[in-house]
Design a protein around this ligand. Structure first.
Ligand code: HEM
Length: 416
């Protein structure tokens, strides 16, 4: 049994209280309705999958397609179901919306450019970014860690990696801010930001074609597989998915992770102590545990049954959407000992925070680098960092896919 107290009655999902702490509701679902047909705030209905074993099976099941064209309820011109990707925008033909063989081809091409070696070479740059951002508020004694640290770090990191010139990176910061604040809905400001980003990326890719460098966009242009290259549209969609899949997720890894450390002082002390001794093992297992314990991706992105599928005793009909609740699966007591406890030294920790199967997070090595660098640098530079708000007053974003704080006020002794 999970330690999280379970509500007696079916919980109210997607309320404000749920956004602050969805885990008791997930415990109820895992026990009473592990695969449950649910109406989402947008009005779309989908199967929610909450047990670890079912979640893992669903993520790897080839009958569950990523292509929104398989959704039984056809979208109107505006994508009235609100399912991202149903709008036929060019940028939406990306890894998270396609199936093999197209997915296999594109993923193979991007993997040639976005290599673990490229990520490892980026380590000093991420360290420099983390230090520069902390320099910006260290003398003040207080900060909002979301706006001043967790938010800018990943956007500058991915811009640098892609090869977006420094003078254009603040535009990206604004567009990304707009997308995060308004949760990706099809409303005006977001649509305008996406449009601007698309225009900019298309132009940048075009320019780089004749002036290749050693950045990731140049790597994407160069990458070839059996003589095949990415088209310009495919390259733009690839940059877009790298930006949006790698941005808010990492903001929330840093934000949720710091919050968990600040509210678990013994764990935080153990981590600070091990870093002071020059060890990295607890940092490495710790960031994985923070992903399991309160990961940024609450639900994996949409899947649609192309054939009837039996899952957790339910029959999912062709065309029905399936949402795998990673946050619920990662607290499943059938899989994890003491699932509601934060244990940074946890070793048996095959969490689903990065997904599973062919869509497993492409950016996991970069996310790990950013998460580890951000948390270690905060603990080292601001040793008495503390929460400057009552946890009950913190506001969580109630988005469907992502889980994260709107702000994280902290206080510390100003550095001289
Ligand atoms: C896919 C989580 C950071 C790029 C995914 C998926 C998850 C995930 C759960 C699978 C979604 C599904 O199956 O529906 C995370 C988390 C991150 C993170 C928790 C940070 C802590 C990043 C970064 C990048 C990135 C930094 C790139 C710069 C991608 C891409 C995919 C993906 C391109 C699609 C892969 C495919 O469909 O083949 N991520 N991600 N992610 N992620 Fe991440």
């Amino acid at each position: 049994m999970s330690d999280a107290p379970q509500p007696e009655a079916p919980p109210q999902l997607f309320s404000q209280a749920f956004a602050a702490d969805p885990y008791p509701a997930y415990a109820w679902l895992r026990t009473h309705a592990p695969v449950r047909w649910t109406r989402l705030p947008s009005g779309v209905e989908a199967w929610l999958v909450t047990r670890y074993a079912d979640a893992k099976q669903a993520l790897a099941d080839p009958r569950l397609s990523k292509n929104p064209a398989h959704h039984a309820e056809p979208a109107g011109a505006e994508g009235r179901t609100g399912i991202p990707g149903e709008r036929k925008a060019e940028l939406m033909t990306h890894l998270l919306n396609i199936d093999p063989p197209d997915h296999t081809r594109l993923r193979r091409l991007v993997s040639k450019a976005f290599t673990p070696r490229r990520v490892a070479a980026f380590t000093p740059r991420v360290q420099e970014l983390a230090d520069r951002l902390i320099d910006g508020f260290a003398g003040r004694g207080s900060a909002d860690l979301i706006h001043e640290f967790a938010f800018p770090l990943p956007i500058y990191a991915i811009c640098d990696m892609l090869g977006v010139p420094a003078e254009d990176q603040d535009d990206f910061r604004d567009w990304a801010g707009m997308m995060i604040r308004h949760g990706g809905g099809p409303r005006g400001g977001v649509a305008r930001s996406v449009k601007k980003m698309r225009g900019y990326l298309t132009e940048l890719i075009h320019r780089k074609r004749s002036d290749l460098g050693d950045d990731l966009i140049s790597g994407l242009i160069r990458a070839s597989d059996h003589g095949e290259h990415l088209t310009e549209n495919e390259a733009a969609a690839m940059c877009f998915v790298l930006l949006f899949a790698g941005f808010e997720t990492t903001v929330n890894l840093i934000g949720n992770g710091t919050y968990a450390l600040l509210t678990h002082p013994e764990q935080r002390r153990a981590l600070a102590g091990s870093l002071a001794r020059g060890e990295r093992a607890l940092l490495e297992t710790g960031v994985e545990e923070l992903l399991r314990f309160d990961g940024p991706v609450e639900l994996a992105t949409w899947r649609f049954a192309t054939r009837p599928v039996e899952l957790g005793g339910q029959r999912i009909a062709e065309g029905e959407p399936v949402l795998v609740v990673l946050a619920a699966a990662d607290r499943d007591p059938e899989r994890f000992a003491r699932p509601d406890a934060l244990d940074l030294s946890r070793r048996d920790n095959q969490h689903l925070g990065y997904g599973h199967g062919i869509h497993y997070c492409l950016g996991a090595p970069l996310a790990r680098l950013e998460g580890q660098t951000a948390l270690a640098t905060l603990l080292r530079r601001l040793p008495d960092l503390g929460l400057a708000a009552d946890p009950a007053d913190l506001r969580w974003r109630g988005g469907l896919i992502m889980r994260g704080l709107r702000e994280l006020p902290v206080a510390f002794t100003p550095a001289g």
